[in-house]
Design a protein around this ligand. Structure first.
Ligand code: GDP
Ligand code: IMO
Ligand code: MG
Length: 431
């Protein structure tokens, strides 16, 4: 048995969904462990695209169980829509296949309103959130005024929790000049959503622990990226949750000795959506070329992603935070035709070399990357199925990353489809 965690090593959108779909074949259960519908994970199988926001990316494997863990913030409206959309494609999403934690906090309509009101009030200083209500929902969780799925299923508890919460929410909404929210505006729809979700609700922590005890392979699906982590990321330009691999233990509810491997997903270059420092960003035609070649438009919001070179200072930092055991490099195909290719290998701040990202956000915005250059390649990589199929320069690029990060690259992704993958080593065979 082995339990693996998949995490993003950059600012999200590294291709975690694609990797989870591939590794799900070798797992018994796939568990989304944090974040919410701010995530958008793209799966392309047999030319058909599915974007998951809350449902685990193992859902295309009919015999695998999927779970949404206790620390995922669940927007019931989005989840019901997502389950319907997947079912309409002929994929069974029954309660036998999907279980949702009764402890999960709910993203309520007023969380979205507050997210939007705050971002608007920040003007040019906005974070560039996904406007999915994630920050306000997680604030309520910490303030102990949140509403959990188990509360949704109990109309008395729900009404009482709302009676405590709404006056505070409405004071804030009024402060931002927005319309207020009354319990009677939202309760009827919440009752409908409660009826839709009730059959799926269960004790995910307990189910996962049982699966582990029975020697099953559990695959944990991360969301966002480590540079968006509330503690370790580019604060305040981060999300509001712990996005790194170690968080999986307290967030799902099992001990740290049970994780066997951590696969970090990194794009062969870097992208970021939203505001905040990005030292290796390319604000020129080359950045536009990467955006077009890589289809770098957000899976959740459709926003165009900022693009730049790979940043090894950031990657070394996130590899250490996550305790990565191997890497999956995605979108290597996108670098075809770019020559030379650069990699940021260090930062300079006021003439001094830094070996890790500075905590001070102003410093982080001012660092200048130190680059190394690599010879590029012209060939399309999409047909490659083994490492030997890759042009020499592409192989060198990957091997150089392995060397500089002191980590093996287990998987190389050369296209968006499930099949466009080079499995150098199956991470499940490492344990
Ligand atoms: P996630 O949030 O980490 O799951 O990543 P997203 O799905 O938001 O963004 C990754 C995008 O890149 C999606 O459009 C994927 O279909 C696409 N993608 C993933 N791997 C590859 C790859 O190797 N090559 C190309 N060209 N596209 C890829
Ligand atoms: P996946 O799982 C990329 C970013 C937002 C914004 C910041 C805060 O698809 O990789 P939030 O709505 O969380 O309060 O926004 O975090 N962000 C993501 N960027 N991919 C994601 O998820 C993201 N989830 C949040 O763009 O900068
Ligand atoms: Mg995404």
């Amino acid at each position: 048995m082995s339990n693996l965690v998949v995490v993003g090593t950059q600012w999200g959108d590294e291709g975690k969904g694609k990797l989870v779909d591939i590794l799900a074949e070798f797992a018994d259960m796939v568990v989304r462990f944090q974040g919410g519908a701010n995530a958008g994970h793209t799966l392309i199988v047999d030319g058909k695209q599915l974007i998951t926001h809350l449902v685990p990316s193992g859902i295309l494997h009919p015999t695998k169980r999927c779970a949404i863990g206790p620390a995922v913030v669940v927007d019931p409206e989005t989840l019901v829509e997502e389950i319907d959309a997947i079912s309409q494609r002929g994929i069974q999403v029954s309660p036998d296949v999907l279980v949702i934690s009764h402890r999960a906090h709910l993203v309520m309509p007023y969380h979205r309103l507050l997210d939007a009101a705050r971002e608007a009030a920040r003007g040019s200083k906005k974070i560039g959130t996904t406007l999915r209500g994630i920050g306000p929902c997680l604030e309520d969780k910490a303030a102990r005024t949140g509403i959990r799925l188990s509360d949704l299923l109990d109309s008395e508890v729900l009404a009482e929790r709302l009676s405590v919460k709404l006056p505070e929410v409405n004071a804030l909404l009024s402060h931002y000049g927005r319309d207020t929210v009354q319990a009677e505006d939202i309760l009827p729809r919440l009752a409908e959503l409660s009826a839709c979700l009730a059959p799926y609700v269960g004790d995910v922590g307990e189910v996962v622990r049982q699966e582990m005890d029975r020697g099953k392979n559990v695959l944990f699906e991360g969301a966002q990226g480590t540079l968006l982590d509330i503690d370790h990321g580019t604060y305040p330009f981060v999300t509001s949750s712990s996005t790194s691999a170690g968080a999986v233990c307290p967030l799902v509810g099992f001990g740290p000795k049970r994780v066997d491997g951590v696969v970090g997903v990194a794009k062969a270059y870097t992208t970021r959506v939203g505001a905040g420092p990005f030292p290796t960003e390319l604000k020129d035609e080359l950045g536009d070329k990467l955006r077009e070649a890589g289809g770098e438009y957000g899976a959740t919001t459709g926003r165009s992603r900022r693009c730049g070179w790979l940043d090894l200072v950031a990657l070394r930092y996130t590899a250490a935070i996550n305790g990565l055991t191997s890497l999956c490099i995605t979108k290597l195909d996108v670098l075809s035709g770019i020559n030379p290719i650069r990699i940021g290998v260090g930062y300079k701040l006021a003439g001094q070399e830094l070996t890790s990202p500075p905590a001070n956000i102003r410093d982080f915005s001012r660092v200048e990357p130190i680059y190394e250059e690599f010879e590029g390649w012209e060939e399309d990589l999409g047909e490659g199925r083994t490492k030997a199929d890759l042009p020499l320069q592409a192989r060198r690029y990957v091997e150089c990353l392995e060397h500089l990060l002191n980590l093996p690259v287990d998987i190389i992704s050369v296209g968006a489809g499930r099949a466009e993958t080079i499995m150098v080593q199956n991470p499940y065979n490492r344990y």
